[in-house]
Write a protein that binds this ligand. Structure first.
Ligand SMILES: C[S@@+](CC[C@H](N)C(=O)[O-])C[C@H]1O[C@@H](n2cnc3c(N)ncnc32)[C@H](O)[C@@H]1O
Length: 398
């Protein structure tokens, strides 16, 4: 399909060039560039953008996209040139463009350049940058509104809380969510995250689940820790610790152990745990989640949706082999069928819930809850021929 689309764009571009309609030709090559960029075919995308800028040199969008392709190819100085051209063509400071410049500096490992560009982006429109960081499918205004709704939800739940212990719980939840949302706005954290994740941006993409969604999933999937189930929770890709904090305060697990490969995220989560006095309930490790001990986990939370397919397969195999009976697994995507069964042990789908996540305001992120179950097969007795011994066949004499 993609190759067919590229062919169609190529033909349309050639026709427009023949008819001397250079603007249309540039638009076809830019559209092709965008498609190839999304397919991670960066060299071809760059070639398409080169053609587009030569015909339409006044389009900031095309210069910006060309910069993105160059950045992905590791040609950072050229990327910066292209991005600066885009900025010069803009009527005012564009937070998205400035954020892309910060990404390029991060790729170069230039912390100072990254921090300065990021600060300019935040000064231009803080909420727009937040929306970009959270992969939010909407503008800064919508994002700010969504955050206010979340804060209002917490205030309401606190007001409606019945009894002292409920009130204390909602008070703690409100403190934690407020602290996490503040951290997400901290320029130093944003910069460190960009620098830290420069070499594997897809796998380390950021996003968060709104507290309303978390509470809804907790009820719909019956995720609460019970007296009889194992008390530990393990989070794969814990980032700044959202699910560990909420798993401890709202679901009642302890310890809630997060595994995360980005050191900046682990340090930030640890700092928060100390500030909030929650070190006894949550723990964060800068370690590959494939090395996590899940043998005593009552709940495993997977943030693996952007991880490579081969790693996801290994995660599923690990869970099947190591989880205790009855453990629950939360995943933001279905687990591949091949990873659902091993030697009688199954990850059985318990619930699928449509949830709103930061990266999806359309309520379409489907979250799945699985339970580890073992099916014990009744072994059929084989009638072994042990006694009397098999009659020895004597070869017929010639
Ligand atoms: C999308 S984020 C998780 C955000 C999460 N939804 C939240 O609310 O906090 C996924 C995280 O997984 C981390 N990650 C990627 N591969 C990993 C691995 N092999 N082991 C542990 N963490 C990993 C990334 O660095 C990234 O921070």
């Amino acid at each position: 399909m993609v190759n067919e689309a590229v062919e169609s764009f190529t033909r349309a571009e050639a026709c427009a060039t023949e008819e001397k309609d250079l603007e249309s030709a540039a638009q076809y090559s830019a559209a092709m560039g965008l498609l190839l960029l999304s397919e991670q075919r960066y060299s071809e995308a760059l070639a398409a953008y080169d053609r587009a800028v030569s015909r339409l040199p006044c389009s900031e969008e095309v210069w910006a996209a060309r910069g993105e392709a160059l950045c992905e190819l590791g040609r950072f100085e050229e990327a910066l040139d292209s991005q600066r051209k885009a900025i010069d063509l803009c009527s005012g400071p564009d937070p998205g463009l400035l954020y892309n410049v910060a990404l390029t500096y991060a790729g170069m490992g230039d912390a100072d350049g990254c921090g300065k560009a990021l600060q300019k982006a935040l000064d231009a429109d803080r909420m727009q940058v937040m929306a970009i960081v959270q992969n939010f499918d909407g503008d800064g205004e919508l994002f700010a509104q969504r955050r206010q709704d979340e804060a209002a939800f917490l205030t309401r739940r606190l007001q409606e809380a019945d009894g002292d212990s409920e009130r204390r719980r909602w008070q703690r939840l409100k403190e934690v969510v407020t602290a996490l949302r503040q951290l997400e706005e901290d320029p130093a954290w944003l910069r460190d995250r960009l620098l830290d994740s420069a070499s594997g941006r897809n796998q380390t993409a950021y996003g968060s689940t709104w507290i309303e969604s978390f509470c809804h999933l907790a009820d719909a999937g019956s995720l609460y820790c019970t007296g009889t189930a194992p008390q530990q929770m393990v989070v794969f890709g814990s980032s700044i610790g959202w699910q560990c904090f909420l798993g401890h305060l709202h679901l009642g697990y302890a310890p809630c152990r997060g595994f995360e490969i980005l050191a900046s995220q682990v340090q930030a989560a640890q700092r928060l745990a100390e500030e909030l006095g929650l070190e006894d309930g949550v723990e964060f490790r800068c370690q590959d989640a494939l090395e996590a001990d899940v043998s005593e986990a009552g709940l495993v939370w997977l943030n693996t949706y952007a991880w490579p397919a081969e790693v996801k397969q290994r995660v599923a195999q690990k869970l099947l082999q190591e989880l205790p009976e009855g453990s629950q697994v939360v995943s933001y995507e279905p687990i591949p069928t091949a990873g659902l069964c091993w030697q009688g042990r199954h990850l059985r789908l318990k619930a699928s819930v449509n949830l709103e996540a930061s990266w999806d305001p359309e309520l379409t992120a489907e979250v799945h809850v699985f339970t580890l179950r073992t099916v014990y097969l009744v072994q059929m007795k084989k009638t072994a021929h042990i006694w009397p011994p098999k009659p020895h066949k004597t070869l017929p004499r010639p």
